[in-house]
Design a protein around this ligand. Sequence first.
Ligand SMILES: Cc1ncc(C[n+]2csc(CCOP(=O)(O)OP(=O)(O)O)c2C)c(N)n1
Ligand code: SF4
Length: 294
Amino acid sequence: MSERFRLKEFSKIALASQYEGLESVIRIDRMPHIFCPGCGLGIVLKGLAEAILKSGIPVEKHVGVSGIGCTGRLPGYLRIDAYHVTHGRAIPFAIGLKLANPALEVTVVGGDGDIVTIGGNHFIHAARRNHDINVVIVNNFIYGMTGGQYGATTPVGSLTTTSPYGHLEYSFNIPLLAYASGATFIARWTPLHYAQMVDAFLQMFEHKGFAVVEIVAPCVLYGERNQFPSYTDMLKYFRDRCIIDHEADLRRIGISLEKTEPLVLGNFYKARKKTYEEMYRELVEKISRGGGRE
Ligand SMILES: Cc1ncc(C[n+]2csc(CCOP(=O)(O)OP(=O)(O)O)c2C)c(N)n1
Ligand code: SF4
């Protein structure tokens, strides 16, 4: 047995033991996963799997959709039907699935680049229409898979491969963007808040309407350039600044690199408003009963 093969087998067993009890929802056979050692995506994977199991919704009704990127690979490790589509286009694909089969629990999992940078227009219009889908955005502040370029969530002043002298643009505040666009469930956690993250996923599954859960999980590529020697240093830095405030004013929870600024987490907003799917079905029924134009 070659050393490389032995290492692969070893990490397969090590990773499998991390996901013990979740074998019915995690594809252990696909381990080792592609995420860098220590990357928060492994914890998000575990949290989502646990929430799927606890949701009470049959596993075969759960569907995952993702675009391209490290985060985009996540649904492929779940033992559910999963679709891996074009970069930035997971939301419109998910909307099509939900309209065709409203009984499905459709969850998009994507990076900040995928969802609010290249896919930003789809995000705001899906929120505006209150489509009944779930969107998990793993915000690592950059394009991880392609080497750490800046995107729409990169904090001003950050060093990235495409802003070596400091990033000049202000970043999106995802919960505020989601709220202003019309989302009806909005939460933000980090992988260090595992129990709260799983609970937010459960609330997201229960919610009828456009649900957004932002997980702040910085990438090693971002950290190294911004003076965090390891991923855990970065998480500790964020943990020390975290405050939980479910009632936070969303206008004040943008993420900055300033050490004095808190990172505000919570289940910020929940509202019941007719979904696009409900209005669509009502209209189809009305027309089929002979109604229609007044
Ligand atoms: C249309 C298109 N543009 C660009 C790319 C190249 N590309 C692949 S992954 C990626 C960035 C992914 O970043 P993000 O969505 O933030 O996910 P992460 O890797 O950070 O989890 C880019 C730009 C692509 N595949 N398709
Ligand atoms: S490049 Fe970043 S986001 Fe991608 S797996 Fe590595 S640490 Fe995670």
